[in-house]
Write a protein of this length. Structure first.
Length: 327
């Protein structure tokens, strides 16, 4: 076979003028490989100076980060950018990762999008040699109900060592509720206390509605038992629940049977409980009969002889939790 003619060789003078590759030229073509939502991105560096995208020092400018809220799980706004420990050599405009293979280039202004990561059904195709980013489950946000308690000194935790040990505080801790306590000693559906603010239940409804609760729990009746007639009691009970429904049409309204101490309750208390049940159900509310948790337990009563102590309030809370969970 005849040898293939070769073209004229490059003049020695021109070859000698071409500079050999130097380290500075290679550094000038240094590229940074960044993993953004599972995509391989090569960002060229014209000057050869290192630019921190989002290293171990924290989030860089313009890079969304994880935010947290009190008593709630962290809410991840965007996946953070991670700098690859490997660099690619190439031209100043974003060169090859290895001889014969190239990766797409994106401008520095490119930011992560909300589209599905590569490799996930419905998302972009996975680039060769690049693994898709792991899926992060969407955080679940659970709303904490605002609950208002309207009642007497039992609602106010009279006799407990601290208000948090009252039955309303224990119930809120169990259900993870935010409490708004409108308990006032000596009050009831028909009776007002000794202070100006200690109005009857119907008169305190506007203050309850003002906090916008999603649940309202009304309890009491002990102070009404000896201070009102049946007609007066029925009228006040009906007004209480009707006004609550008018002002809070979307709220859950809960009525509880009247509490008593460790002694046997008077006969009228059962009649009052029935009248409360009728009024609550008349506004599509929930009536809870939690029984008489304090009956026959003098050890549940505080030194004043009337109000429960911490153990007594724990018994009331347990009875309410059981009844509410089963309704």
């Amino acid at each position: 076979m005849q040898p293939i003619p070769q073209g004229p060789s490059e003049p020695e003078s021109r070859a000698s003028l071409r500079p050999a590759p130097t380290r500075s030229r290679l550094v000038g073509g240094l590229a940074t490989l960044v993993a953004v939502c599972g995509m391989a991105v090569v960002v060229g560096s014209q000057s050869g100076h290192a630019t921190e995208v989002n290293g171990s020092g924290g989030n860089g400018p313009g890079v969304p980060h994880a935010d947290t809220q009190s008593s709630a799980a962290p809410i991840v706004l965007w996946p953070a950018l991670e700098v690859s420990p490997h660099a690619a050599l190439g031209s100043g405009s974003g060169g090859a990762i290895s001889p014969g293979s190239h990766a797409p280039t994106l401008p520095l202004s490119a930011t992560p999008s909300m589209q599905r990561p590569a490799g996930v059904p419905g998302g972009p195709a996975t680039s060769a040699g690049v693994s898709p980013a792991p899926q992060r489950p969407a955080p679940s946000v659970v709303a904490v109900p605002d609950v208002a308690f309207l009642g007497d000194s039992f609602t106010q935790a009279g006799g407990a060592s601290q208000p948090i040990y009252g039955w309303t505080g224990l119930v809120c801790a169990h259900f993870n509720w935010t409490q708004h306590n409108f308990g006032e000693g000596g009050t009831g559906y028909t009776t007002a206390g000794g202070n100006v603010a200690d109005d009857t239940y119907p008169e305190r409804v506007p203050f309850v509605a003002a906090v916008g609760p999603s649940i309202v729990v009304v309890s009491g009746g002990m102070n009404d038992e000896a201070k009102s007639t049946d007609a007066e009691f029925v009228q006040a009970v009906t007004a209480t629940y009707q006004e609550l429904r008018r002002r809070l049409p979307q709220a859950q309204i809960v009525g509880v049977n009247p509490f008593w101490d460790a002694d046997v309750p008077p006969d009228r208390l059962a009649t009052m409980a029935s009248e409360i049940a009728t009024a609550v159900r008349g506004v599509n509310g929930v009536y809870l009969d939690i029984g008489d948790p304090l009956l026959g337990h003098p050890e549940y009563i505080s030194a004043d002889g009337v109000h429960p102590n911490n153990a007594g309030y724990a018994a009331l809370a347990a009875a309410f939790i059981q009844a509410y969970s089963a309704h």
